[in-house]
Design a protein around this ligand. Structure first.
Ligand code: GLC
Length: 434
């Protein structure tokens, strides 16, 4: 692949890195439309830079500036919402997490895209993300790629011990304990499980998967008993604390987001790892991974009476309501979410497409053989609660979950009751304003 010219990486600002991707005709710059796109720090930057370069090639009248924000969804949300609250015109297009559209739409930050993105175009995308981008009948984002929680595991170790990928969480624990025990003395501490247990958005995804896979729920209707206080939810949380965190995970696990939890897996020091689909690409890249060819994927396990559940994640492109360049912004959105771009992101960055056609694409399927399995996981993936007040809901959940799994909560039921009361207050506000 032709790399993105290094000389064009122009400016580094504290946490934000700015990639200016101008076509090189500096004397023409003043006539060009400047388009600023805000995204997170990508794991495989070359793939994204190549697409930005291609966009510049076909749109020489636009000068694209890509601003790189923090990797974490929560941190990017805070940075972006601050700017949008100030009606800043310096961001035209932004990456939007699948849980943000109701908030960004009702705050008036995301521009409705109905005139650009008609129904017949929407029908080419998987229905889940289209639904997630729709708020009160209008559409606010175009799905760029899908995420769905999955279990990566060390196929070499499982076959050495003659284990099949675990169907239940209990099986996962007992397999991990046996393998860690058996491998003791092979040098380098081996751990059973790594995932995202820091207090941030990723924690909500992980805990949703545990709770749903025990037939529990996160939220309940006002006239129902609180979902977090039900046995199914509490049992799942206590299991995570006692069996996953205390028994199987590295010490720092309570501070891990996606990159840290993946890094230790890539080093060959973890047997089971929960993450999003792109880990497949990274784990099989010899420049980044010591476990190339030793990794397989399975659906996440479940509790004995439950079913496997993956959280629905993924990212969309949205246009800022305050952008002065909405047409140019749309050209960028259209380009990056097009079939060729999504195919490229699947092949080079391991990103699961949102266009239905790519799930039957021979090139994509040969590079990502697990994609047909993922398609099922994507269709069944469960959304987090969709609400304009989602950040407040998520904060309450994050705080509660972290208190329980870290062992700080002494009286779990009392803390669950508090969390429920807080959630009810927020949801009542929502009903009033809705
Ligand atoms: C991934 C998902 C996103 C989720 C985040 C949590 O980026 O795509 O939906 O909120 O992880 O860390």
């Amino acid at each position: 692949m032709r790399g993105f010219p290094i000389r064009k990486f122009c400016l580094m600002l504290l946490t934000a890195l700015l990639f200016s991707c101008g076509g090189g005709q500096e004397d023409q710059t003043s006539k060009k439309v400047h388009l600023t796109v805000m995204m997170w720090k990508p794991r495989i930057p070359e793939a994204w830079q190549e697409l930005f370069r291609r966009f510049q090639e076909v749109h020489p009248d636009i000068r694209l500036v890509v601003e790189i924000g923090p990797q974490s969804s929560t941190a990017l949300h805070d940075m972006l919402s601050q700017r949008l609250k100030n009606r800043s015109t310096d961001v035209d297009v932004f990456f939007m997490d699948v849980v943000w559209p109701p908030e960004f739409a009702s705050a008036g930050w995301a521009h409705p895209l109905d005139e650009y993105f008609p129904q017949e175009e929407r029908a080419k995308f998987l229905p889940g993300p289209i639904m997630a981008n729709t708020f009160q009948g209008r559409i606010y984002g175009v799905p760029l790629f899908m995420d769905s929680g999955m279990l990566f595991y060390r196929s070499d170790l499982l076959s050495k011990y003659r284990f099949k990928p675990p169907a239940t969480w209990q099986e996962l624990v007992s397999q991990a304990v046996t393998i860690v025990e058996g491998e003791r003395g092979q040098g380098g501490g081996l751990y059973g499980y790594s995932a995202q247990f820091k207090q941030y958005e990723g924690l909500v995804c992980n805990m949703l998967e545990f709770i749903l896979s025990n037939n529990g729920r996160l939220l309940s209707d006002p006239d129902e008993p609180c979902a977090l206080m039900q046995e199914a939810a509490l049992e799942a949380l206590v299991f995570v604390r006692d069996q996953i965190i205390r028994r199987l995970s590295p010490e720092g696990i309570l501070t891990y987001e996606e990159p840290e939890s993946m890094e230790i897996f890539l080093q060959g020091r973890v047997i089971f790892h929960r993450n999003w689909p792109y880990v497949w690409e990274v784990a099989n890249d010899p420049k980044q991974s010591r476990i190339v060819g030793k990794v397989s994927i399975a659906p996440l396990p479940h509790f004995p009476n439950g079913k496997s559940h993956s959280a629905l994640g993924g990212w969309q492109l949205a246009i800022s309501a305050f952008s002065k360049n909405k047409d140019a912004a749309w050209r960028f959105v259209e380009f990056l979410t097009s079939e060729p771009s999504q195919r490229y992101l699947a092949l080079k960055a391991g990103r699961a497409p949102t266009l239905i056609s790519l799930y039957d694409d021979p090139e994509v399927l040969s590079k990502m053989p697990h994609l047909s399995m993922m398609k099922r996981a994507f269709i069944d993936a469960r959304p987090r609660p969709l609400s304009p007040l989602y950040p407040a809901v998520s904060n309450i959940l994050q705080y509660f979950f972290h208190r329980v799994i870290s062992g700080s909560a002494k009286d779990i039921r009392a803390e669950a009751r508090n969390a429920c009361m807080e959630l009810r207050k927020i949801l009542a506000l929502q009903r009033k304003s809705g």
